[in-house]
Design a binder for this molecule. Structure first.
Ligand code: PMP
Length: 361
């Protein structure tokens, strides 16, 4: 049926997001390693805070998120006035597109960048600009070369998803310093807490006016189901995001759980140490089986197979064994599988299954 009602240009170019819930939900003994969730779960203090919040479900939540921002400021030594909280970091990344890009603007990200970046660019009507990487590592010179007088946003995850690779802080600083004056650098630190002694761009935000850092509670804090993220940026950028976001964007239980999770630094540290230990074990075990991966700084590894056919066959075999990993063909990496670092038994199960797969060929 012909209709005059059409969405904004670009929206029909958006491919639907694939891969949230496990396709084997309901089956027993399924191991879901496809969404980079924390195998140790949330802090018990966060679970308790969530339960306590249930007593006041008839009340609207805080609009200014003051208590959560104070916790973030205490733990990360940032200025609470320049923190904004969102429905996952995804909401903030999207709002940055709406606020700073739009029709005629260019939004830059790298070839294997997070799959939502092109969606955020299309959603605001901007033109996505895809920059090549060097062996699955972000290339700052290539980004700088791609910038024009229409570049408004650069999305950059460090560590990157799905490669797990990182670029040094000095390289990020060189990028920020070399950008055209109208361009805002968005440093996506979704996996930052997995890197010891890493500020993920905090110092750069303090020193410059063209950098904003986003963070999430979905990964190391184990709160993917709560949908909480935050950003730290220059005051004018934070003021803009506060105007755009919904006044009650975060639910009271989500705010309570996130605040408790942020303050339970012992749990966060335990998750970081366990992840590093089993990530390195998993990567070494798969490498011995002839499945290498890039050095990962995150809570997943990008396992590389001989070719697309082998990656697909291995994915199918793992699935037959109840193990769900992520195909990353949509990221331009059809010969790879992204595998979340689970706990010890999960990692052992993956190495065992890949060993059986390799042995059967
Ligand atoms: N950035 C990157 C690089 C991610 O991998 C993710 C989650 N997969 C996000 C942002 C968004 O996470 P959330 O909205 O759960 O905070």
């Amino acid at each position: 049926m012909a209709t005059g009602i059409q969405p904004q240009p670009g929206i029909l170019d958006i491919a639907l997001y694939v891969g949230g819930a496990s396709q084997l939900d309901g089956q027993s003994n399924v191991l879901k390693l496809s969404s980079n969730e924390n195998p140790l779960g949330a802090s018990p203090a966060a679970v308790q805070a969530f339960a306590r919040a249930a007593h006041d479900l008839h009340r609207y939540p805080s609009t200014d998120h003051a208590e959560l921002r104070a916790a973030i400021a205490d733990i990360w030594a940032v200025d609470a006035a320049r923190v904004v909280c969102g429905v996952g970091s995804g909401e903030i990344l999207k709002l940055l597109g709406e606020a700073y890009a739009g029709p005629g603007a260019e939004v830059v990200f790298t070839e294997h960048g997070f799959s939502m970046y092109p969606i955020y660019a299309h959603a605001c009507g901007a033109t996505p600009v895809i920059v090549p990487e060097r062996d699955r590592v972000v290339d700052v010179d290539a980004i700088l070369a791609a910038c024009t007088d229409r570049t408004r946003l650069i999305y950059l995850a460090n560590p990157a998803n799905p490669s797990g690779t990182m670029i040094p802080e000095a390289e990020v600083a060189r990028l920020a310093a070399g950008l055209p004056p109208q361009a805002l650098l968005v440093l996506d630190g979704a996996y930052a807490e997995y890197v010891a002694d890493f500020d993920a761009g905090r110092a750069l935000v303090e020193a410059r006016e063209n950098v904003v850092m986003t963070r999430t509670f979905s990964k190391i804090y184990g709160l993917g189901g709560m949908r909480v993220g935050w950003a730290y940026g220059p005051q004018p950028v934070i003021d803009v995001l506060n105007r755009l976001r919904g006044p009650f964007n975060l639910s009271a239980p989500a705010l309570a759980a996130a605040e408790a999770a942020m303050r339970d630094t012992a749990h966060t540290e335990r998750c970081r140490v366990e992840n590093a230990r089993w990530r390195d074990w998993l990567a070494a075990g798969l490498a011995e089986l002839g499945v290498p991966s890039d050095p990962s700084s995150a809570n997943f590894i990008l396992a590389r197979f001989a070719d697309t056919a082998e990656a697909q066959a291995c994915d199918a075999y793992l699935r037959s064994q109840g193990i769900i990993v992520r195909q990353v063909a949509g990221y331009g990496l059809p010969h790879c599988l992204r595998i979340t670092v689970g706990d010890e038994s999960a990692c052992r199960r993956v190495v065992h299954a890949v060993g059986q797969f390799k042995g059967s060929r």
